[in-house]
Design a binder for this molecule. Structure first.
Ligand code: NAD
Ligand code: UPG
Length: 322
């Protein structure tokens, strides 16, 4: 298939693009390089440096003709989204609208979108299903949910085949490609920077949560498992339907368990500084993946240890990132 991957110079998009190239798709990466890295665009993929807010440029890219779009490009810093909400409404929502306008204009009727667990907010349930109410608690989650709803409307009105994949906590690396964010806010890369001596310690946000060891529980998913899910979603998208799938493992790990696993995998000391809870961090977020198993035929295969080992291998080979 001829596929356009927006945000394909970023962490997840580049690794999914690499997987699609390997399975034989013809891939074009569109990225503004606002956060991404030119070096992350996989060999074998075409690259265009375009901002989704430039509607004319986006239209010109879609005029090349694509069978489907995988839409990763977005801003995703929760804290920043609370401080400058207009940046997130414009970047994430207007960006998606420009993309959909160009797709409609040039007869591209299939899209897979990077949604997020943040659309659920802070649900007090053991396993989050796609039926769990959407009550985002920050602008980032609001902007992602707005795009989900935009896709549902486009599917109904124009027959778009649309899939929203709601990732939980993505981690790991894949061959030459890994996670290089500035600033880095995610737990696993921060823990590995501490293991590598690139930072003195890692903060542990909150030790008084109502969980088994007092620290917050999350559902970590390997980026390679995510890549498989995207390929399945592209193939199985149905015209006129908007499907939503959680991508998680149904297994939660506490922050302390992540740090212990990182100590075991790296064999390094990791200094932990206990701090107060970070604002807006719920005690537990774990996905039900029943719908993805049934609807996509997808099951995650990699463990937390795999994620940490692969990320450690990548960070060791790229101590200063790309
Ligand atoms: N990392 C996670 O754990 C996680 C969890 C849930 C959802 N997501 C979503 O997955 C997607 C990818 O996340 P990531 O961690 O790879 O992020 P990332 O920042 O590494 O990649 C995003 C890419 O999009 C590009 N981009 C941003 N705005 C753009 C614009 N207006 N025009 C063109 N390019 C633009 C950036 O330059 C970057 O390369 C995002 O949509 C994010 O919201 C990520
Ligand atoms: O230095 C750190 C960083 C994080 N944490 C904790 O580790 C857990 C995981 O944090 P993080 O890696 O920042 O992920 P989340 O805050 O769970 O956010 C993820 O899940 C969200 C959906 O809920 C997505 O929107 C985000 O993109 C994705 O990173 C949380 O309990 C944090 O409090 C620490 O203790 N110390």
């Amino acid at each position: 298939m001829r596929l356009l991957v927006t945000g394909g110079a970023g962490y997840i998009g580049s690794i999914v693009a690499q997987y699609l190239v390997a399975r034989g798709d013809e891939v074009t990466v569109l990225d503004s390089l606002y956060k991404g890295h030119r070096a992350a665009v996989p060999d074998g993929a075409d690259f265009v440096e375009v901002d989704l807010l430039d509607a004319d440029a986006v239209d010109a890219v879609l005029a090349r003709g694509f069978d489907a779009v995988l839409h990763f490009a977005a801003m995703s810093l929760v804290g920043e989204s609370q401080q400058v909400p207009e940046k997130y409404w414009r970047g994430n929502v207007v960006g998606a609208l420009n993309l959909l306008d160009a797709m409609r204009a040039h007869g591209c009727g299939r899209i897979v979108f990077s949604s997020t667990a943040a659309t659920y907010g802070e649900p007090d349930v053991e396993l989050i299903t796609e039926e769990t109410p959407n009550v985002p608690v920050n602008t980032y989650g609001n902007s992602k949910l707005a795009v989900d709803r935009m896709l549902a409307d486009e599917a109904r009105a124009h027959g778009l085949a649309a899939v929203s994949l709601r990732y939980f906590n993505v981690a790991g690396a894949s061959g030459a490609l890994g996670e290089d964010h500035e600033p880095e806010t995610h737990l696993i890369p921060l823990v590995l920077q501490a293991a590598a001596g690139k930072r003195e310690s890692v903060a542990l946000f909150g030790t008084d949560y109502p969980t088994r060891d007092g620290t917050a529980v999350r559902d970590y998913i390997h980026v390679d498992d995510l890549a498989v899910a995207h390929a399945l979603a592209v193939d199985k998208a149905v015209p006129g339907e908007h499907a939503i799938y959680n991508l998680g493992s149904e297994r939660g790990y506490s922050v302390r368990e992540v740090i212990e696993t990182a100590r075991a995998v790296t064999g390094r000391d990791i200094t932990v500084v206990e701090q107060d809870r970070r604002a807006g961090d719920p005690p537990q977020l774990v996905a039900s993946n029943a719908r993805a198993r049934e609807g996509l035929g997808w099951t995650p295969e990699k463990t937390l240890e795999d994620m940490i080992r692969d990320a450690w291998t990548w960070h060791s080979a790229h101590p200063d990132g790309y």
